[in-house]
Design a binder for this molecule. Structure first.
Ligand code: TMP
Length: 247
């Protein structure tokens, strides 16, 4: 196989850029320093965030893989970049909530920090122009984004990720409050975990004192965003060896 070469830009999102490569089934993802919140109404550049989320995400995808949960992750390229399987992303955001926080507590009379068992699974339609609306099951069917069997798989896979990620974070004294996942289909049509897993996409609280170690520090102007992400990386580094290089 020829050495991987990065090709033209395929897609630019709020926190990452995705590039074609000379390997048809592989795309290269670059993690950006841009931070956005409230559907990009609030924006900032946070120097170092891209590198932190890149390494945290690579290590978490590897930790999931070791524990039997597959994803699009193939390996790391140069710092800030990873190689992942080329997928057709399903335009859904799957949010799992173990403790009540964020939009759930704004929209419903639920005390922040209440335990949700089983974890609450919320599906949102991924469309910035529409503000990523919360879906009902009927609206999900109306959109016909998933076959009925895929709807079942999506939930089962998401709950597997939650179970295993919770175990991983307990080992490093972090409470996994909630998080967002995205899935894509490979050429054969199989659903696979995609996107990233980082303090941008998870709520993470320090176990001993509930200190916020995620993007809520940015959303709520708590300060110390990059320092908190650095603390998450330090702990995640304790899980295993340096992430593998892609070829
Ligand atoms: P929410 O409480 O704002 O609905 O967020 C739930 C989780 O999903 C939280 O961990 C942050 C994450 N999230 C994203 O990754 N992207 C988004 O666009 C939103 C709104 C939330």
């Amino acid at each position: 196989m020829k050495e991987l070469e990065i090709g033209p830009l395929l897609h630019e999102g709020k926190a990452k850029k995705v590039f074609h490569t000379n390997h048809k089934a592989v795309v290269a993802v670059q993690f950006k320093d841009d931070a956005t919140a409230f559907n990009a109404q609030k924006k900032a550049q946070l120097a170092g965030k891209g590198l932190l989320n890149w390494e945290i995400s690579a290590r978490l995808f590897e930790a999931l893989e070791t524990r039997g949960v597959a994803s699009h992750y193939l390996g790391c390229l140069e710092p800030g970049w990873m190689a992942v399987q080329a997928l057709k992303i399903v335009p859904l955001e799957v949010v799992l909530r173990n403790l009540a926080a964020g939009s759930l507590c704004k929209q419903l009379p639920i005390t922040p920090g209440s335990s949700l068992q089983p974890a609450l699974l919320d599906l949102y339609y991924k469309d910035d122009a529409l503000g990523d609306p919360l879906l009902t099951e009927a609206r999900l069917e109306l959109l016909a984004l998933l076959e009925p069997a895929e709807r079942v798989q999506l939930e089962a896979k998401s709950r597997d990720v939650n179970r295993v990620l919770q175990q991983i974070f307990v080992e490093i004294n972090i409470t996994l409050v909630d998080f967002k996942l995205e899935f894509g289909r490979c050429d054969a049509g199989k659903l696979l975990l995609a996107d990233e897993i980082s303090p941008d996409t998870c709520r993470l609280w320090n176990q001993s004192d509930q200190r916020v170690l995620d993007k809520d520090r940015f959303r709520k102007d708590l300060g110390g965003v990059v320092e908190a992400y650095g603390e998450v990386l330090k702990r995640v580094q304790g899980l295993g060896p340096t992430p593998r290089q892609y070829r």
